[in-house]
Design a protein around this ligand. Structure first.
Ligand code: ATP
Ligand code: MG
Length: 320
């Protein structure tokens, strides 16, 4: 197993009190596979991924759990040691590349910088960083790679900038790529191109991917396993094919129902989930016996009994 996240909890100090954004989250990622985190806004997907890559903001702290990467518990690492892992072992691409790229540095130089930082450890340490950067730009499917090397981020389209981000993230051939909503800011065609590029690179390099998305269509075509998150916890997890065929948690079911369908009657209302995710600052008075209880259409006395589901884990406490 490449990555094992076990009972991970993260708290933020805020003016309204402590907010437990991630509360006992566990999932695994196998080498070369794609694992997806889905769930509504504010469920803790980004915070989970930032904890894995060691980039939690200053007001956040780990409250427990392990992040085991290649058998080593990363929660025990110092900041400097973590920096070694970032870039060489793990790369990250963000939703909006314009905020992650340096606007005043040519994109080629930014790729080169990523290569130079971890060069001593890279299997490509004898390669010329300039040549390698141009090669990477070419691999990302960008035309005239040498000319593009000298461009500034604002001279490129959103899709091209995202390709540069992927090049930076993959420059040192990390074993894990974390992609937090990598395509939501892009049009559907570009989104498709970026996802197939990621898949192609994954096949070539054997990189595992932790993908965060709101788009369940993206999940169906691009992932092996998934965790459905709700209010800082995983409510259902397992192989994508299993969960799509047989969603067991009412929250997962509700998410699936909220997917717009081409076959629905024009003008008919989209399915939505009533209410909203309870805020993380209220973690000590969350709805019980399950955090989704108040929004769940199946809530009844059976919720208080535990059930188990063959094939994958659903943490719904309803007796089925
Ligand atoms: N810097 C911060 N300070 C305080 N609370 C934070 C901070 N960052 C995130 N949170 C809180 O942590 C919780 C989880 O946030 P997170 O960004 O992980 O959600 P998400 O699932 O990624 O949502 P989205 O789909 O909107 O990106 C939210 O309640 C959010 O308000
Ligand atoms: Mg997020």
């Amino acid at each position: 197993m490449l990555l094992r996240v076990k009972d991970l909890s993260v708290e933020f100090k805020t003016s309204a009190g402590n907010a437990r954004a991630v509360d006992g989250v566990s999932f695994n990622i196998e080498e070369g596979k794609t694992h997806v985190l889905v769930g509504e806004s504010g469920c803790g997907k980004s915070v989970t991924s930032l904890a894995v890559i060691g980039l939690l903001p200053g007001n956040a702290s780990l409250q427990g759990g392990q992040i085991e990467f290649k058998g080593k518990d990363l929660t025990k690492l110092s900041r400097t040691e973590y920096r070694e892992y970032r870039g060489s072992e793990m790369g990250m691409i963000f939703q909006e590349p314009m905020t992650a790229l340096n606007p005043v540095v040519r994109v080629g130089h930014q790729i080169e910088e990523a290569i130079r930082q971890h060069r001593h450890k890279s299997p490509l340490k004898n390669e010329d960083p300039f040549k390698r950067s141009v090669e990477l730009i070419d691999q990302m499917g960008i035309k005239e790679p040498e000319k593009s090397y000298y461009k500034y981020p604002h001279e490129l389209s959103g899709g091209m900038r995202q390709r540069i981000m992927i090049a930076i993230a993959l420059a040192c051939r990390p074993s894990l790529l974390i992609a937090d909503e990598p395509t939501t800011a892009l049009d559907v065609t570009t989104q498709e191109q970026i996802l197939s590029l990621m898949k192609e690179l994954q096949n070539d390099l054997g990189t595992a991917i932790l993908l965060i998305t709101h788009n369940l269509g993206v999940v169906a075509n691009n992932a092996d396993s998934m965790s459905v998150m709700y209010a800082g916890q995983v409510v259902e997890e397992g192989p994508v094919s299993e969960i799509f065929q047989n969603p067991c948690h009412p929250y997962t079911e509700a998410l699936f129902r909220a997917i717009p369908s081409l076959t629905s009657v024009p003008g008919s209302a989209l399915h939505t989930i009533p209410g909203s995710v309870p805020p993380a600052v209220e973690f000590d008075r969350m709805p019980s016996p399950c955090r989704f209880f108040e929004r769940c259409e199946y809530q009844d006395e059976r919720c208080f009994k535990k059930s188990s589901v063959p094939g994958h884990n659903s943490y719904c406490r309803r007796e089925t």
